[in-house]
Each structure stands twice: as C-alpha cells, then as structure tokens.
Design a protein around this ligand. Sequence first.
Ligand SMILES: Cc1cc2nc3c(=O)[nH]c(=O)nc-3n(C[C@H](O)[C@H](O)[C@H](O)COP(=O)(O)O)c2cc1C
Length: 183
Amino acid sequence: MILYVNSCIRKPSRTDDLAREVLAKLGGEYEEVKLAQMHLKSISNERLEKRTELVKEGKFDDPMFDLARQFAAADTIVIGAPYWDLSFPAKLKLYIENIYVMGIVSKYSEHGFPVGLCKAKKLYYVTTAGGPYLPDYSFDYITTMATQVFGISETKLIKAEMLDVVGYNPERIMKKAKETIEL
Ligand SMILES: Cc1cc2nc3c(=O)[nH]c(=O)nc-3n(C[C@H](O)[C@H](O)[C@H](O)COP(=O)(O)O)c2cc1C
C-alpha cells in the first residue's frame, strides 16, 4: 500500500499538484491522510499518560494508534508538504507526534537505541518553495526520522523552488519539476 501524507493546506496547492504527479508515476492505488481536514491533537500530559499506559499493556489496536499502524504498514510513503517558515506546516509535526508510538513504528534495542519497525523501504518528500529551498528543517529532519527511527532506509526529495520570486516563471518551473521526477 502506498500512503500519501497530504500536508498541503492551501487550495489549490502546488505541492499537492507535484505530489500527485509522483503518485501517478508510482502507479497503483494509494491511501491518503488529509492533514488539513483532520483535527489532530498535540500530545498533552493526559494523552501522554494514556499512550504510555496503552503501550505498556500492549494495546496497540487502540483507535488512538490508527495513524501509527497505517504508517507502519505502508510499503511506500509520499509526504507532500509546502515549504513554510523554512520547514513545513505544523500539522505535519502534529502527525509525526501522533504516529511516533513505541512498539508500532519503532522499538528500543537492548542498548536503548530506536530500531525502526516500519515496512516501507522508501519515503518521498515532495515540497515546493517560494524562494530557494533549504532542506535543513524539513527534508533533512524527515530523513533522520525515517532512517534513525522508523527504519525506512531511503528517502528522496522532489521539489520545485523559486516559485514566488519576481522574474521567475512558476508555470515553467512546475512543468520542469514534473517532467524531471525520478523515482
Ligand atoms: C505560511 C507560509 C510560509 C511560507 N514560508 C516560506 C519560507 O520560509 N520560504 C520560502 O521560500 N517560501 C515560503 N512560503 C512560500 C511557499 O513555500 C510557496 O508559495 C509554496 O509553493 C506554497 O505551496 P502550496 O501551493 O502547496 O501551498 C510560505 C508560504 C506560506 C503560506
């Protein structure tokens, strides 16, 4: 199963447009989580205690972990997220906070390091940026999470940048980005 983590907020969204091109190239059906329409909660002390208790009791089928189980079961993951504030929309961070459940997406080794439990071999991070794109606080962070925590060995960045800069042609940049997608 391909999982599309749609973190695009604006309508229409250029990032979503590019991500769907990637999904079309990947072929086949995909499941989509539309973060803009979801009311994801942040991890409060109360929810943290509940989560810790459920994990301790091995109750991984609790509805609280639906998103984590879906993420762990995906064969391929596509994250679509616009470049916001040198990073990505907060909804994507909320999603990560919600799926990072020990015993589902990751576990601790006997030496106390996270070992990934996710099935996916590859994660695509699709983004578009108004100016020059710096990967430090988005793609690089996601790559570290994927490889160090989730056990997803390969990540790939697909991007279009300089879309809002005067003198640049956003239609042409988007067209080129779509034409040059390499999976
Ligand atoms: C809230 C917000 C924050 C943004 N922050 C940045 C930024 O830090 N750097 C940048 O180059 N562009 C920034 N942009 C511009 C977007 O990255 C750019 O317009 C992008 O293509 C939007 O993608 P979308 O059409 O999928 O929403 C920002 C746009 C918004 C709405």
